[in-house]
Design a protein around this ligand. Sequence first.
Ligand code: B16
Ligand code: MG
Length: 214
Amino acid sequence: EIRGVLFDLDGVITDTAEYHFEAWKKLAEELDIPFDREFNERLKGVGRMESLELILTHGEKELSETEKDYFASKKNDHYKTMIANITPNDLLPGILEFMEEIKEAGIKTALASSSKNAQVVIERLEITHLLDEVVDAAKLERGKPDPEIFLKAAEQINEPATACAGVEDAQAGVDAIKEAGMFAVGVGSYLKKADWIVEDTSQLKLKTLQAKFQ
Ligand code: B16
Ligand code: MG
């Protein structure tokens, strides 16, 4: 029986992925590094500093630690400007209904996002009441695909990993969920390792999840 659902944010609850893409693109242009959607796929679910490292390696550029901090915070400034205008209209199709169904069934929920901006985003989306716990990304030692974030989320809602399902749109995220010993819901047909794959969030239904979970 399923007792906890752990949500990724970006790409599952809302499409902040598009804002991350725009913000990184702007930064890559400043650094004179080629950047496109295909490369951007590799940054999904990956933390800010790690993303910058990937971009620099891709562009064969070396920077000092001070410069890295500077550019990472510059990207975050671009990103913060973009998320300031998020409204509940930015929720992905069907996700609000899915979260409400879960809440009504008495199943616990937690947010397992690598984003240090997650709190602001969920407040702007007006879904804070639908999440029992939010993992603080700033306190994590290892990023996805490490299972740490999902294990922490399960711990925060006081449920064993085996009673939890994680919902993810990124390969690194699905790997993290599986590594945590949980049931993985993959949003995106490319997520072959997930236990239940949906094409998009409108297909997420609690009844189907419960049936597949058994
Ligand atoms: P920030 P998720 C992740 O969110 C994004 O997918 C990833 O692109 C981003 O770099 C990361 O958060 C860190 O975000 O710069 O706001 O701390 O998919 O784990 O919800
Ligand atoms: Mg994501």
